[in-house]
Structure formats: structure tokens, C-alpha cells
Design a protein around this ligand. Structure first.
Ligand code: GYE
Length: 334
């Protein structure tokens, strides 16, 4: 009995405290309509978004998806392009904290080095949503959720397809790899998944692996070096379509036929990549969806309303062969 009474007293005290806080909060909101997004009284959510850059077709489609979905959801979007530089992202996030936005979302260019700025957002009471790429912070309370693909799986699917293709190969199969920007989650993870899958066949060997920064120019330049340094290249695994598309130019210039002399596997499945696959210049693509905007806006609303959201939300994806690309291309949105 005594215990129950103490509990009920405690509960009542908590309820009183909650209502005081609530009234205080409403009053504070009512008093200011000139402040940052976080203190406006129009009920509108303001999101500060720090984008990686504009390095690829995937990124362009992702940016469009985010901007369109914000408008559709009635969310005020503050958008910053970091030009593939972590220091620019940190600056943008600090600006959003100062502006008191309601939610900060960002796609971290690299995995490491975010703890300090994430702690600043947490101390300011601004929830953070990671989208597309994740961070390696040990403290998971620094962000609410991570919405994006399973990059290890994408690499693994690419590798498994190759293992199947080359199962009758009696001699060595020489693979070159174009990595994404150094330290990025999709570069680390796709490399890992692919490497694990091809370990199933000791004939499959990665003879060269370099970053091409997810860009066409990077892909072209590094592939030129690969072709100069290695007599026999059988397979190219590019961490995205754009680097694969850049590499096509280098391969053709070297007098080789892409898709025939060199088997080409990429990730993303953006329109230009799918076209190359349909044309037989690429041989296989593991899909990575950039259309994260609608889910992101939904999450922002939930987080702002204080709802609990799952710590990890994975994007649904598939893979494409040449035949499947021909079929899918007419209805492809990006
Ligand atoms: O695969 C690549 C882009 O983070 C999943 O970044 C994204 C990757 C995508 O530049 O094209």
C-alpha cells in the first residue's frame, strides 16, 4: 500500500511538472515569431540538410528527391552542398544549430570524425537524422536514426554475380576496382562485401584498387592508369555508375571493347548506367536507391513530434542484368 501511494504521489508530481513544461513551452513559442525555425509558432518544421556534393547522377537524383519531398511535406528546407568536404559539412551543421532548426539531416561524406559536432547538436536539443551514409560514432544516442542502403550487401551481390559468371574459369581472373571517395561508408562497405563474396573462388583476384571519388573524371583517370600498368584486365568493379561510365572512355581509347574484353560491374542503377547496361557496355549493376526524400520527411515529422523511430531503416533494392535493364529502363525515374 505504502509503496503504491509513494508511486502515485511521484506520478502526480511528474504530471504537474510535465504540464508546467508544456505551458512554458507553448508560451515560449507564442512569444517569438522572428527566431529560427525551432522557435516559430506556425507549426512548420524547418530542416537543415547538408548534402555531400554533386559528384554523381545518384547524388543529383537524391538532391531532387529531398527538395521535392520537403515541398510536398510542407517542410522548410535549408540546403547546403558541401562539395565533398567534411569541413564544409561541419560548418553547415553548426550554422543550422545556430539557426535553431527543428531537425538536422545529413549524408556524411566520410564515416569518421563527427562526434564533436553531433554532440553540439544534441546539447542544443536538435535531433539529427543520418541519411544515405552513416557515421562510425560509438555513441548511438548522437543521432535518431539512419535511413539508407546496405552497402555491404550491394558489394556482396556484385561479387556473387561474378563468382557465378566465372565458375568455370580455370585460370586467374584479374579484377580492378574503382573505389568511392576514401573513408566513405559506401566505399568501405562495397569493397568489403565484394571482397568477401569473391573469396569463394581463389581464381578471382583484385590486382589493383584505387579511389576514383565517385566521379566520371575520377573513374576515367584511374582506369587509364590501371590499363597502362596492367596487361591483362578481365573485370572492372566500380563502386558507382559514374566511375564506370568514365572508365568506358579509357577502355575504348585503349582499343578494348567494354562489356566484352572487360566485364564491368557497377552500383547505383541511375539512367545512364542502366543505358550502358542495356547497350551491353556494362554487364551487371547492384541497385542503390537515391529516392530517400519521402521517407526522410516522414521521419523528420515523427522525430519532431517526439515519436520513437527505428534506429535503422533500410532501403529496398534489387540487381540488374542487361536483359533486366532493357525491361526496366522505360519506367526508370532517375
Ligand atoms: O552510390 C554514389 C554517390 O552514398 C550511396 O554516393 C551514395 C553514393 C552513390 O556519389 O554514386
Amino acid at each position: 500500500m505504502g509503496k503504491m501511494r509513494t508511486q502515485s504521489v511521484r506520478w502526480r508530481a511528474a504530471a504537474v511538472l510535465a504540464s508546467v513544461l508544456l505551458v512554458g513551452g507553448v508560451a515560449a513559442c507564442g512569444n517569438s515569431d522572428t527566431g529560427g525555425g525551432g522557435s516559430k509558432d506556425d507549426g512548420k518544421i524547418t530542416m537543415g540538410f547538408s548534402q555531400v556534393g554533386a559528384e554523381s547522377g545518384w547524388r543529383t537524383a537524391n538532391t531532387t528527391s529531398i527538395k521535392e519531398s520537403a515541398t510536398a511535406a510542407g517542410i522548410e528546407l535549408k540546403f547546403d552542398d558541401a562539395q565533398q568536404k567534411q569541413e564544409n559539412q561541419i560548418k553547415a551543421i553548426r550554422n543550422y544549430i545556430q539557426q535553431k532548426v527543428d531537425v538536422i539531416a545529413f549524408s556524411p561524406v566520410v564515416e569518421s570524425g563527427w562526434d564533436t559536432v553531433l554532440k553540439e547538436a544534441k546539447d542544443a536539443g536538435i535531433p539529427v537524422i543520418l541519411t544515405d551514409r552513416s557515421v562510425d560514432s560509438a555513441d548511438k544516442s548522437l543521432y535518431k536514426t539512419f535511413l539508407g542502403s546496405d552497402f555491404v550487401k550491394e558489394g556482396r551481390l556484385a561479387g556473387e554475380w561474378l563468382v557465378e559468371q566465372k565458375k568455370t574459369a580455370s585460370g586467374p581472373v584479374n579484377i580492378v576496382e574503382l573505389q568511392g571517395n576514401t573513408g566513405a561508408a559506401p566505399a568501405n562497405d562495397r569493397k568489403k562485401g565484394f571482397g568477401e563474396a569473391i573469396a569463394a573462388n581463389p581464381n578471382l583476384k583484385i590486382i589493383a584498387s584505387q579511389p576514383g571519388d565517385f566521379t566520371r573524371a575520377g573513374g576515367k583517370q584511374v582506369m587509364e592508369q590501371f590499363l597502362k600498368a596492367n596487361k591483362q584486365i578481365d573485370v572492372l568493379f566500380a563502386h558507382n555508375d559514374d566511375m564506370g561510365l568514365g572508365a568506358l572512355e579509357a577502355i575504348t581509347a585503349a582499343g578494348k571493347v567494354p562489356g566484352k574484353d572487360i566485364t564491368i560491374i557497377t552500383v547505383d542503377a541511375v539512367k545512364d548506367g542502366m543505358q550502358a547496361l542495356a547497350d551491353g557496355k556494362f554487364n551487371f549493376i547492384a541497385e542503390c536507391s537515391p529516392l530517400l526524400g519521402p521517407q526522410l520527411m516522414d521521419l523528420a515529422k515523427k522525430v519532431k513530434a517526439g515519436e520513437t523511430v527505428p534506429a535503422r531503416i533500410e532501403t529496398e533494392e534489387t540487381t540488374f542484368t542487361t536483359e533486366q535493364a532493357k525491361e526496366a529502363l522505360p519506367n526508370r525515374k532517375y
